[in-house]
Design a protein. Sequence first.
Length: 269
Amino acid sequence: MRVHLFRASAVALAAVALASCEADADAQGGKAVTGERLLQAAREPQNWLTHGGTYLEQRFSPLTQVNDGNVGRLKLAWFYDLDTNRGQEATPIVVDGVMYTTSAWSKVYALDAATGKALWTYDPKVPGEAGFKACCDTVNRGVAVYDGKVFVGTLDGRLVALDERTGKPVWSTVTVDQSQPYTVTGAPRVVKGKVVIGNGGGEYGVRGYVSAYDAATGKLAWRFYTVPGDPAKGPDGAASDAVLQKAVSTWDGQWWKAGGGGTVWDAIV
């Protein structure tokens, strides 16, 4: 399977060449993605700094070079071969000429956005048996980039921080009970220095929640469960306790025996 990039016309060649030079420079030492840049992402239409484009996640680009008058002239600019024919669902993140994307089995790629040249790749070596826990193939929906790091959630439930220049792991933490059929396929989000990630597995009987980790250290900052747990066990000691204490009276039966569902597998806004 391949990653493809298209260009509008030959007029764009000079811009592509310039972007290639900029990408090479930025890959060696570009500006870090800060909280302020993420808040003002709409002011950098040449980049795609966060999943969905901005914190509004409207997936809208104000760029006008490709429009209804020239879209029919799109031609292949470059392609990059992936090592799999499995499902591909990632939305690339683009930061100052570098494209960060993922593929099946939670593999991460940093590519020169102008040429498709691989700057680095990272394989988290997800165990094959983790694929049995995934309802809908071993897909991954992308990364987050912040403060010199690239964050990816792996199918077997880890959150991994990579050095954005080298792709080498900075820290890794397990976000789920790996003895249960949890998966992580969603793209992380970064808000106020915290990396936010959910999980999947509601089809197989797990209880959903969202976790936030310190972007610098990987330490758990807070957790919010989306559905009540077993009432006999009492509060979770989590940020969601007050809300779920009110919600539990509206639930019937012994839902906790089937997990409860409510997994936040993506769409974290």
